[in-house]
Design a protein around this ligand. Structure first.
Ligand SMILES: Cc1cc2nc3c(=O)[nH]c(=O)nc-3n(C[C@H](O)[C@H](O)[C@H](O)COP(=O)(O)OP(=O)(O)OC[C@H]3O[C@@H](n4cnc5c(N)ncnc54)[C@H](O)[C@@H]3O)c2cc1C
Length: 391
């Protein structure tokens, strides 16, 4: 059984959402309920989901919400993105949500902002249409938080770039048709990194053994190898040697999207746990009626609402094209940390059944563990905030 509506309190009329945004929410929710959630456990067990889901999501416009219609996008705002993430919680399947997020918010917007018309035609338009899957490849075995430590290099040769090195932890890495790849183009630590677009059918590119993970088990997370991969210099995205600054700037959108994803799964966990707690009886009454639980959920509701407003504050700034570095760092730190406690308690509400694969709550709890690590760890968020206070 799929629980859909148990929490009318989740959506009071926030002032930012219009009827158009609500339409996105309804459409995406229906898509999740009809086409994803019923098969999520099957795909979880198969450790993979069909690539065709990207095409279906693209048909609903999910990959180009903020991109100009000229390129196949929808041309809407960040609130439309928020509506989409909110409804995507009904997948009950974070492995898919992270794959979609890489496509919609980690790669396409970067090409939209930095790409030439030729690059947009070749890479962005088919990605928005769901015909080409994208991955963002920055991290390496020796470089995660410390982005400027990357060692994968691109050297010039006869007007081409020749790339050698490796990338680790790359979401969508196995299924990707192209990579938005960060490479070292000079020895200068920060001013020596460039972004390039690399089709994965290029000679010398290979995918290593699939990384076995604790959570997001159906999301492919790959170790990628580059052995003298040759691409034309026209595949450099934006200015050469400016990549580090582009990455830092676009991390904002990535962290905001991550915060929205986590927020939506906190809402979902509460929805599932409250529903279960009302139905499950022990000692002659619904288990949720025990004051310890009633109060715990009341606390979680309050905290999740605080997270929501922190995220919405950042969204509002981004929507008005204002700097939101501080607000996004706070939102990412607060929401991902909170999600550990919220999903833990929601799972606890299910008793033994929470520890089975019969209900999605165990999967959501496990998968949310990623988000204090990915997209900038909690410690890095604190570093950013502390530095802003001159500490
Ligand atoms: C499932 C998954 C999917 C991912 N997807 C992608 C992807 O699609 N593309 C991509 O490029 N990367 C991806 N990543 C990589 C992810 O962004 C990195 O794992 C993350 O940035 C942390 O880097 P690291 O693992 O190298 O940890 P490290 O940087 O080695 O950090 C180890 C620990 O030290 C702490 N630490 C580091 N520096 C400091 C400091 N200055 N002060 C205090 N503490 C510090 C960190 O917070 C952490 O706790 C993914 C990772 C995972 C697990």
């Amino acid at each position: 059984m799929i629980v859909t509506e148990t929490t009318p309190a989740v959506h009071p009329p926030y002032p930012y959402f219009t009827e158009e945004h609500e339409l996105i929410r309804r459409t995406v929710k229906q898509f999740c309920l009809d086409e994803i959630a019923p098969r999520a456990q099957e795909w979880e067990e198969a450790r993979a989901y069909p690539k065709e889901l990207f095409k279906r999501a693209a048909e609903l416009g999910l990959f180009g919400i903020r991109i100009d219609p000229e390129w196949g996008g929808v041309g809407m705002d960040w609130w439309a993105v928020a509506a989409m993430y909110d409804a995507l919680r009904y997948t009950d399947f974070p492995s898919l949500n992270i794959g979609f997020m890489v496509q919609s918010d980690l790669t396409i917007p970067l090409i939209g902002d930095l790409g030439t018309d030729e690059q947009k035609h070749e890479f962005m338009k088919p990605a928005i249409a769901g015909d080409r899957i994208a991955a963002l490849a920055i991290s390496e075995p020796g470089c995660g938080s410390d982005v400027a430590a990357m060692r994968t290099t691109a050297r010039e040769d006869g007007g081409d770039l020749v790339i050698t090195g490796q990338k680790l932890w790359i979401t969508n890495g196995v299924i990707a048709d192209f990579l938005l790849l960060a490479v070292r183009t000079s020895e200068h630590r920060h001013r020596g990194i460039s972004l390039v677009l690399l089709p994965t059918d290029v000679k010398g590119f290979s995918v290593g053994k699939r990384i076995a993970k604790v959570g997001h088990v159906a999301s492919d997370t790959a170790h990628l190898y580059f052995d003298e991969c040759r691409i034309p210099a026209s595949y450099v995205l934006g200015r050469r040697n400016h990549g580090f600054y582009y990455i830092m700037e676009h991390f904002q959108g990535e962290r905001l999207a991550t915060s929205l994803l986590v927020l939506s799964f906190m809402d979902r966990s509460l929805e599932l746990a409250i529903h279960y707690g009302k139905e499950r009886h022990a000692f002659g009454h619904p288990v949720i009626k025990n004051q310890v639980w009633r109060h715990r959920f009341a606390e979680h509701r309050a905290s999740v609402e605080a997270a929501r407003w922190l995220i919405y504050r950042a969204l509002d700034l981004m929507n008005r094209k204002k700097s939101a570095n501080r607000e996004i760092s706070m939102a990412k730190l607060f929401a991902t940390d909170l999600s550990q406690r919220v999903t833990y308690d929601c799972m606890q509400m299910f008793g033994g059944f929470g520890y089975t694969t019969e209900y999605p709550i165990g999967r959501i709890w496990r998968d949310m563990r990623l988000y204090t690590i990915g997209a900038g760890t909690s410690e890095i968020m604190k570093e950013i905030l502390a530095k802003q206070d001159g500490l």
